[in-house]
Ligand binder design. Structure first.
Ligand code: FAD
Length: 483
């Protein structure tokens, strides 16, 4: 049996651990925090529970595949709910759009919102379908060591044109939707990879398609249940999970890794080391390597976020599980973020899981998780920005202040500190720029036996993507071991 060590217990680390164990390796996972899950984290106070990382699951079958490998399934492990409606959107002019979980109903809702928009959306959704189908068998299907890795997996030069990588998402949305509000709506999907619609390629049109085709999912008990299920299944299949175990360095000869040294002085030998930590932390601190670090820094950091967790008394008429209140001027919002400033009129995302799951708040109350995008690495005055967010929300019709039992916050500095994610980048590296897909740190590390699985490496951040990076790594380990 080959000894494999996973450094970091985020979702990429946990899924890599299960996959390597399923392949017969002797696996130990080392997490510096007292709990695994990384950014998939929860916060509880006074009977309220908040998902303070991911609040939305897309592509749940990616997780089912991991569970099936070890003889169980997503349905056996978790109680998933497909949300309908998916989202409620509110603009500053008071207009609202509720997106249902059905393509025909969505087209009808869009037509009602803006005459003619239903047909525009169908064309947009169809383009997203094509892009997703190509991306799934090319970009997501294996490592990305160079642009040729992608081209090799393409069936024809037509694939390259179809993924719409040369236009920005912003440009494509303007070409698609006549109504500026819907241009803004479609641009929001860049933020699912911590990017700006003005810089990210229109390839991201596949993201709203993923929601319309595969649904928006919630897990009963909160998303922390996903973390718990992954940990449970990992342990049941024989992975040794050690929390409160900070890795100080990865030990290596000039050619290959030999194991890790822990902060408490312990040393563990291994033939395989999977770094689930951010690639910057890996090559700056754990296995210092100037060339690799220089390469890592070529990938632009994703956005960070400012989070408020509010326990609110009473209920809000017309509120949904997922809600978005758009900025009055999306251009200024993304320009500010791209320039490293906080937006003073930000788009606000609000998740109230208690709408679907009463276990998440005391009876008759609401658990408000609010998230606003920020640049990575910015120093946020939490009290001042909290007022900006709550003022904007009040201007858009929801004044939470009179109902507030408590309000806790998480800044980019907290995200950096909690998960060792430089700049507090939520998704690791962003999709900004035409070369972003090729600039992410490779899954194959700078020494033999070292692999990278997690949001900062290929194919990027977000739960299904980090689980995909774990699959790519497990496939690579299998191929390398059979040589
Ligand atoms: C506020 C917020 C909202 C989000 N919303 C969504 C969403 O709705 N949907 C979605 O799909 N995604 C969302 N994401 C993104 C998603 O959470 C991440 O992409 C994903 O969880 C990252 O997983 P990862 O495997 O890269 O590891 P991480 O979660 O980054 O975990 C890495 C782990 O490594 C540990 N570690 C670091 N250094 C060391 C060391 N030296 N030794 C030992 N351990 C170490 C850290 O403590 C951490 O636990 C959100 C993230 C945040 C923060």
């Amino acid at each position: 049996m080959t000894r494999a060590i996973i450094v970091g217990g985020g979702v990429g680390g946990l899924t890599a651990a299960i996959r390597l164990r399923a392949d017969g390796h002797d696996v130990t996972l080392l997490e510096r925090n007292p709990v695994v899950g990384g950014k998939l984290a929860t916060f509880e106070r006074d009977g309220f529970t908040f998902d303070i990382g991911p609040s939305l699951i897309t592509l749940p079958h990616v997780f089912d595949e991991v569970f099936q490998l070890v003889g169980t399934s997503l349905d056996e492990q978790l109680d998933l709910v497909r949300l309908d409606p998916q989202f409620k959107y509110t603009w500053t002019d008071g207009s609202q759009l509720v997106v249902p979980d059905d393509p025909d109903e969505t087209a009808a809702a869009l037509d009602e919102f803006a005459p003619g928009a239903g047909a525009e959306w169908r064309e947009f959704d169809e383009r997203g379908r094509t892009i997703w189908d190509i991306s799934e068998r090319t970009f997501f299907a294996g490592p990305m060591e160079a642009p040729t890795s992608l081209f090799r997996r393409m069936e024809s030069p037509r694939d390259l044109l179809e993924i719409d990588a040369l236009r920005t998402l912003w440009r494509a949305n303007r070409d698609t939707f006549s109504d500026p509000r819907l241009q803004q709506w479609a641009g929001r999907y860049a933020t699912y990879s911590g990017s700006s619609p003005m810089q990210a390629p229109a390839t991201l049109t596949c993201v709203p398609h993923i929601e319309s085709r595969f649904g928006c999912w919630y897990v009963k008990g909160g998303l922390g249940a996903v973390r718990d299920a992954l940990e449970r299944v990992a342990v049941d299949t024989g992975v040794e999970v050690r929390v409160d175990s900070e890795v100080k360095s990865i030990t290596a000869t000039p050619d290959r890794v030999t194991g890790v040294e822990l902060a408490d002085g312990g040393v563990l030998d291994a033939t395989i080391v999977v770094a689930n930590v951010d690639a910057q932390h890996l090559y700056a601190d754990l296995l210092p390597d100037d060339d690799a670090l220089k390469q890592v820094k070529k990938a632009k950091r994703s956005t960070s976020g400012f989070v408020l967790c509010i326990g609110a008394s009473g209920t809000t008429p017309g509120i949904e599980h997922h809600n978005v209140w758009f900025s009055g001027d999306s251009m200024q919002e993304f320009r500010a973020i791209d320039a490293g400033r906080l937006a003073n009129d930000p788009t606000i995302y609000g998740c109230l899981s208690a709408v679907t799951d009463p276990s998440q708040a005391p009876s008759g109350d609401e658990n408000w998780f609010l998230l606003v995008n920020t640049p990575p690495g910015i120093d946020v005055d939490a009290a001042a920005y909290r007022d900006v967010v709550l003022d904007r929300l009040a201007q858009r019709g929801v004044d939470l202040r009179p109902r507030m039992k408590f309000c806790a916050n998480m800044t980019p500095a907290d995200i950096e500190h909690n998960y060792r994610s430089p700049g507090g980048a939520i998704y690791g590296s962003s999709s900004n720029g035409k070369r972003a897909a090729f600039a992410r740190p490779a899954n194959r590390g700078a020494r033999q036996g070292l692999y990278l699985a997690g949001g900062s490496s290929h194919p990027g951040g977000g739960l299904p993507l980090v689980a995909t990076s774990a699959k790519i790594v497990a496939d690579m380990v299998a191929a390398d071991s059979s040589r």
